[in-house]
Design a protein around this ligand. Sequence first.
Ligand code: NI
Length: 128
Amino acid sequence: MTDVNAARGKQAVNLQEKLERIEGFWQPRVIAEMNDYQFKLVRIEGDFIWHDHPETDETFIVIEGRLRIDFRDGAVHIGPGEMFVVPKGMEHKPFAEKEVRMMLIEPRGTLNTGREGGARTAENDIWI
Ligand code: NI
């Protein structure tokens, strides 16, 4: 009974609806949290910068498009319905020849440019 009442008034998060509201590329937007982790949606196109996240792994789940993540010793291709976890501390560079829409899962406070910083660093913790 308690669980039923707790669910009253709750609403599912619709990924497509959220994605349509995101303007611009490389600007992750938070859609949910689980404990101290955040679920983010982002649209990307073109090249990013080499960076790593010394404190955490980083999960990529592709919703639309084909993502390539370059590593110093190779690359992984991730299509719609596929995911990949970049290990903590491993240098990587996302690339999208055409627009890719995807979900990121990472701890709250994780910057898109990791410890590299610089001009491509997006403002963090913006909900949509
Ligand atoms: Ni990263």
